[in-house]
Write a protein of this length. Structure first.
Length: 364
């Protein structure tokens, strides 16, 4: 699962990518610095993993990861191929969620592609280009569906009705994820289109150091603008985070964070938010060889969770032994959890909960 960092040129996308992944993507003060997308595999910060390591003392620890993609800056006219438009839109279509970076700081030394700082205008520029591209997709599909609907094909008529709702929404400047469509219409006709504006989005307000904790007027405007979108807004001083990342000493980094009023790097919050945005959660396996966080889609069954380790585990699934994270920490070891009767045996229909510690029994 991939989350794509998008935004206008020069809003801090590549600097943010470097903060998240420690992969030094080129970051410079001119538009289109990023041309090919950079991809980073990022560890998901999780204090539960550290606690399990402390209790189990394993030979190694493996965190959950998420893929972050730094995509070229988009400009007005991208949907018609302006700038790197076609490439940008192709790259973003391949991601599963969008991290939309908005410039929310003043700095005369960093040029803005439109000459002034206005995150709402920037957001609308990107939204319009993505909506126009989706409109093109919907109209192409509608042309085919209308012909079948005219012949009296009932399914085609249902599809036409759903697509017309999407078309009118996009023409009104609304993203697909905000439209009122029935679940049946969405699953049958809208989801397969893989519209770009259907992807879940997290808005990242890139602020100056002094606004890292409280935000600023720009951030307030963004929050007001997106209040009907069911989207999270995260405030991050990307340049400051980059400076902190340059420090080798952990204690120095913590002191720097405390000086600006943060208890942890904003980039850690962003990674966790991206993980949630991708509809992912974590279960653990814990043994002396390895304590490991495994990534599964929220709502996965026990066999599906087992299949993440190996497909044979899913095929031959018999049952799962499950301990809740809180019970494991409370009793301090697997043996003591068993003694207390807190280990559960679950079957094929069990829906795995975030933080479950699991052993799988299988037979192939």
């Amino acid at each position: 699962m991939k989350a794509g960092i998008v935004g206008l040129p020069n809003v801090g996308k590549s600097t943010l990518f470097n903060c998240l992944s420690n992969a030094k993507a080129q970051s410079a003060n001119f538009p289109f610095c990023t041309i090919e997308p950079n991809i980073g595999v990022v560890n998901v910060p999780d204090s539960r993993l550290s606690k399990l390591e402390e209790l189990v003392n394993p030979e190694r620890v493996m965190p959950a990861t998420v893929e972050i993609v730094d995509i070229a800056g988009l400009v007005k006219g991208a949907s018609k191929g302006e700038g790197l438009g076609n490439q940008f839109l192709g790259n973003i279509r391949e991601t599963d969620a969008i991290l939309h970076v908005l410039r929310c700081f003043d700095n005369d030394n960093i040029v803005h592609v439109d000459g002034s700082v206005d995150p709402i205008r920037d957001k609308e520029t990107i939204d319009i280009e993505l909506q126009l591209k989706d409109l093109e997709t919907v109209e192409k599909k509608l042309d085919k569906v209308k012909r079948a609907a005219k012949t009296g094909n009932k399914e085609a008529q249902k599809e036409e009705s759903a697509l017309l709702k999407v078309k009118s929404g996009l023409e009104a400047g609304r993203s697909v994820r905000t439209l009122e469509i029935t679940e049946d219409e969405y699953n049958a006709f809208v989801r397969p289109l893989q519209c770009i504006t259907d992807k879940p989005v997290l808005y990242v307000c890139n602020v100056d150091e002094g606004s890292a904790v409280t935000g600023n007027d720009y951030v307030n405007k963004v929050m007001e603008a997106v209040k009907d979108e069911d989207a999270e807004v995260l405030v991050l001083a990307v340049g400051t985070e980059a400076d902190i990342n340059e420090l080798d000493d952990y204690e120095e980094r913590q002191m720097f964070l405390q000086d600006i009023g943060l208890d942890e790097p904003g980039s850690s919050k962003l990674i966790r938010s991206a993980y949630k945005l991708l509809n992912q959660q974590t279960y653990f396996t814990a043994g002396v060889k390895e304590v490991r966080a495994w990534t599964i889609t929220i709502g996965s069954t026990a066999p599906q969770a087992a299949g993440v380790i190996h497909t044979d585990f899913e095929k031959g699934f018999i049952r799962a032994e499950v301990i809740s994270y809180d019970d494991y920490v409370h009793y301090g070891s697997e043996a003591k959890v068993k003694e207390a009767g807190k280990m559960r045996v679950e079957g094929k229909t069990y829906i795995v909960k975030d933080g479950d510690i699991m052993h799988f029994l299988f037979n192939v």
